[in-house]
Design a protein around this ligand. Structure first.
Ligand code: ATP
Ligand code: MN
Ligand code: MN
Length: 306
């Protein structure tokens, strides 16, 4: 018997060895998705999501009363967490933060069992949390920005990164915007990565200051797309590919092939309803090559940003 299945009552279904309490509890009220549905979703997409969450410090969005209730971000391991998850020590100025990490599907499901609706991994792995392994450009459109402009922005970020020698990959956030993600070898530290990402954002703003901002200030964002490069600083996270979002319709942050951008209807078009079927139908991983791409922030690229 799996350790986390201990003490369960007989009506609790087991998913990946984890007993799901209150399986029929509705966690997404607007679309009737239950806790068991959610666990089964993650079980179905296990092969796709695990490479993006395993072995990384995680920030969790927990919603004890479901998606429509109060949710909160949690990054620390607590005593109430099962032994299917473990801690990752991250040095901070005032000591050590112990983040949550998982090794496998049982770990992921045990967090779903605890009411987690979103998984936000660090862009760094637990064996070296000081060396990020990806860049994330999070495109945050103001309300007035058209969807076609958001899509154009993703394509422009891709072109800009390409000119800097970096291949990148596209994902819906499951919310309002798109993410452009570039894998990097673990050579640069956080300072280098953040300043490079900031440089890229500023370059994009310089090419079209009427459409983009790289400044956090909300007032300056009116009618524009905020090129959020701050996902690339130490301690920051971005939602994991294939994670659900705690928003109406149970949307999923979904990796796409660049060829799919043109016909993409919205940032929340993919949901727990259609993603498993999409994965079954796809002939190729939309992020084929993501894990095997070997590239890094070069001196030449840094120079191009100056
Ligand atoms: P959208 O497309 O709607 O912008 P998104 O996932 O990109 O969806 P953002 O608001 O752009 O959402 O980014 C929020 C990111 O900031 C999240 O991915 C999360 O990792 C991080 N974040 C926000 N608030 C907190 C918080 N209180 N604690 C930890 N991380 C947070
Ligand atoms: Mn965003
Ligand atoms: Mn953002």
């Amino acid at each position: 018997q799996h350790p986390s299945a201990r003490g369960r009552t007989s009506d609790e279904p087991i998913v990946a060895g984890v007993a799901i309490s209150h399986p029929d509890r509705v966690v997404f009220p607007d679309c009737g998705v239950t806790k068991l549905d959610l666990a089964r979703y993650y079980e179905q997409v296990a092969d796709a999501i695990l490479p993006h969450v395993v072995g990384r410090p995680l920030t969790l969005v927990r919603c004890p009363a479901g998606q429509s209730g109060k949710c909160f971000y949690q990054k620390h391991l607590t005593d109430s967490m099962p032994d299917t998850v473990h801690g990752v020590n991250v040095k901070e100025n005032d000591g050590v933060d112990v983040y949550v990490a998982v090794d496998d599907l049982a770990g992921l499901i045990s967090l779903v069992q605890l009411g987690v609706l979103e998984f936000h991994p660090w862009p760094a792995r637990e064996d070296n949390v000081e060396r990020p392994d990806r860049l994330v450009f999070d495109l945050d459109p103001d309300e007035q920005v058209s969807w076609s402009s958001v899509k154009q922005a993703a394509a422009e970020v891709r072109d800009c990164l390409k000119a800097l020698g970096l291949e990148s990959f596209l994902r819906t956030s499951g919310g309002k915007g798109l993410h452009v993600v570039a894998p990097i070898e673990r050579r640069s530290d956080w300072d280098e990565v953040k300043s490079f990402a900031h440089g890229v954002a500023d370059l994009i703003v310089r090419t079209a200051p009427d459409r983009y901002v790289s400044n956090m200030s909300k007032a300056k964002r009116r009618g524009k797309i905020f090129v959020d490069y701050l996902r690339n600083q130490r301690g920051a996270t971005a939602v994991a590919s294939y994670s659900t979002r705690a928003r109406n319709g149970a949307p999923v942050a979904t990796p796409l092939a660049w060829e799919e951008l043109a016909k993409l209807a919205s940032a929340n078009a993919f949901t727990i309803e259609n993603v498993p079927e999409r994965l079954r139908r796809l002939r190729h991983d939309p992020w084929e090559g993501f894990a095997s791409t070997r590239q890094s922030i070069t001196a030449k690229a840094r120079k191009l940003l100056q």
